[in-house]
Design a protein around this ligand. Sequence first.
Ligand code: ADE
Length: 249
Amino acid sequence: MLAIVSAMQEEISLVVESLAHATTRELGRRTFHEGAFHGVEAVAVFSRWGKVAAAATVTQLVSSFPISRLVLSGVAGGVRHGLSIGDVVIGTGLLQHDLDPSPIFPRYEVPLLGKSVIEPDPQIRDRLMRAAREFVREDLHSLVAPSELAWFRIRSPQVAGGVIASGDKFFASAREVEELRSRLPHVACVEMEGAAVAQVCEEYGVPFGVVRTISDSADESSAHDFPRFIREVARHYSLGILERFVRER
Ligand code: ADE
C-alpha cells in the first residue's frame, strides 16, 4: 500500500476526490483516507504541521496500515540561489536544521541514528523526478490557470534534486535565510516536516520520497501570497506529480 502524506490539507482533499472506493478512519485527530488511487491501493493523510505532528502521523500510518512505501509532498521556501517560485525540489537528503545535540553528538546528527542527512529511496526519488519533469512539461499549463502562472511569474519551472532542511520554523526573513545558508550551504529549500517523516521511515524501514514545490523565497515576502499559492498552484502540482508517479509502472 502506498502512503500519500501531504503537508497541505488542500492537496489531500484533491487526492481524496480521485480515490475509488474511499473509506476513512479517524485516529489521533487525523483522518486517514483509504482507497484506490489510479488503480494503486493507497492511504492519504494530512501530515499536520511541524516535526512532531508529522512524525506522529507517520508513526500512526506505519502502525495501523500495511504501507510499503511513502511519498511526502508539499511546499517549501527556496534557499538555494537560482530556485524560483514554481520550481520543484525532489529531496536527495533530509536534514533537521534546528537539531543540535552537541556536544553529546555532532550538530544536526540524529541521536542514535548516527547520521544527520537521511536519504530517500533512490527508486522513489528518481521516479518522482521523472514524474515532476513530465508534469511541468505536459500538464502544468492545462492544470493551473494562466492568470495564476502569470501572477506568480511561473514560465518553465525547473525540477531539481537537493537537500531539504526541516525544522519547527517558518522562515520569513532574508537575514535568517542568509544565516542558514552560511551554516548549511548545501541546502536547497526549507520546510517543516520532511526530515521528521524521513526519520520515522528510516527507523521503521519504509522506503520514502519527498517532493516540494517552491512557494516563496523564505524572506519577508514569504507569507504574502501563501494561501493563494497553495490553493491555485501547489495542490495541482502535487496531484499532477502523484498521478504521473503512480501511473509509471
Ligand atoms: N514552507 C513553505 N515555505 C516555507 C518557509 N518560508 N519556511 C518554512 N517552511 C515553509
